[in-house]
Design a protein around this ligand. Sequence first.
Ligand code: NAX
Ligand code: ADP
Ligand code: K
Length: 467
Amino acid sequence: MTLRIPPGTPVLTAQAMRDAEQACFDKGVAQGELMERAGAAVAQAALRFAMDRSILVLAGPGNNGGDAYVAARLLAERGHDVTVAALGGKRDGAAEEMRQRWTGNTVPLEQAEPRAVLIDGLFGTGMSRPIEGAVKAALHRLVAAAQFSLAIDLPSGLDTDSGGDMGAARVDVTVALGSLKPAHLLGYGLERCGHVLLADIGIPISPEVVKLARPRLTPPAPDAHKYSRGMVVVVEGEMPGASRLAARAALHGGAGYVLLAGTGSADAGPDALVHARVDDAKALHDLLDDARVGAVVIGPGLGRSEAARAKLEAVLAAPHPTVFDGDALTLLGEGATQCFAKRDAVSILTPHAGEFARMFGKNGRGKIERTRDAAADCGAVIVHKGPDTVIGGLTQLTVANAGTAWLSTAGTGDILAGLVGARLAVEGRCGVCHAVWLHGRAAELAGAAFAADRLIRHIPQAIEECL
Ligand SMILES: NC(=O)C1=CN([C@@H]2O[C@H](COP(=O)(O)OP(=O)(O)OC[C@H]3O[C@@H](n4cnc5c(N)ncnc54)[C@H](O)[C@@H]3O)[C@@H](O)[C@H]2O)[C@@H](O)CC1
Ligand SMILES: Nc1ncnc2c1ncn2[C@@H]1O[C@H](COP(=O)(O)OP(=O)(O)O)[C@@H](O)[C@H]1O
Ligand SMILES: [K+]
């Protein structure tokens, strides 16, 4: 049983998990064997928290319920006072076998009395419709009355692939079986799952999606100079504070040279920032005619005027890897897919949910699928921000939880754009994920109620942890 979720942990959708499980069966592993392992992992986790308190195990009609019966049996064998609250009658296959092997006290779900410890094995990855009515009422009543609650695989009532709420109650601990599922990292799942533990039940996994890992970064080469370290051009906008935040973040994110292209006025620090006067799109075009430029950042505070649009066109036409954020994305709107699909240079898009919807529309699918498809359609890397940031367009889809909701303050996105620009200039496309990790870590280091400006000073500290 893993206490902390290790870096690069696979994240599997419900279907991918079923496929991995089937591959296991094809190699001769019996379903009952996997269920025994799952139930044993749940019992082991419950033992840590239950002490000598009485336990109520909710057992649903499918395999999640099968795992629940195994856990109930193993806990009772260890001398615990265990009651099963069952939903549904006869089951199929291994789940029915496990039900029959349970010989202890069983009551119908709706009549169950609360116990100190609750194990939720109603539904897992097979939940196909919202839980409602008496079942939902019983689940919420029993979880609320328990002193400690633990969910098997997922809190029942959470949509596996989107983290959407379909009637789930918040539990204290969730034991993810075999791999993480999107719902452990996305949407309502972030809150409903409580502390997530991962149980290896011996299912081989080849993931399409992974949880963001702490990067390993390298310091500058001994013969590095400021341009070889990575030169970043940040386009100053009509709200200069936002682009200055991006530029300062790039400077603290490891870039060797950061140039703010706009008014040319150096009245706001830091002094290491180079200011260039760029009055119009033509001047920007000329400035970008420089092979030393490693990355361009456009969008933070850009504005939505015709002049802003003209600058955006100049950047789109330039051959440099570019981070498109904020107003740059809003200006492109529904035309974004076509525009990026025909751009040859590396494009990194950093939309929040609103900007993403303006470019790619809204539909009911999960954040992972929407980000993956939009990135493929654009031929770009997309950092779809939020408490559950999804990064698409790289070799593996990556999900990142920042670990602190204090990031939800104005300007932190501008900082991310600058930081992505820096890591892009320093390391290429793989730097995008590194920037997202550093941003989240800097926020943790910044503590409570920070203003975005203060986040920047923690970026070098976060980098230091990765050397
Ligand atoms: N995939 C794997 O590798 C493994 C899965 N296991 C367990 O199996 C679970 C998945 O099992 P299943 O596919 O049987 O699915 P579940 O046990 O999650 O639920 C499926 C059952 O619930 C019913 N159902 C779905 N939504 C309902 C609703 N809203 N109200 C009432 N009934 C509803 C379905 O008709 C079906 O009978 C996992 O979450 C995990 O706990 C483990 O046993 C071991 C390995
Ligand atoms: N509740 C939250 N928990 C963790 N991170 C968050 C949360 N809300 C926002 N963030 C992060 O904060 C940043 C906000 O970016 P954005 O919305 O573009 O803000 P702004 O435009 O004001 O800079 C993003 O990196 C996003 O992932
Ligand atoms: K469950």
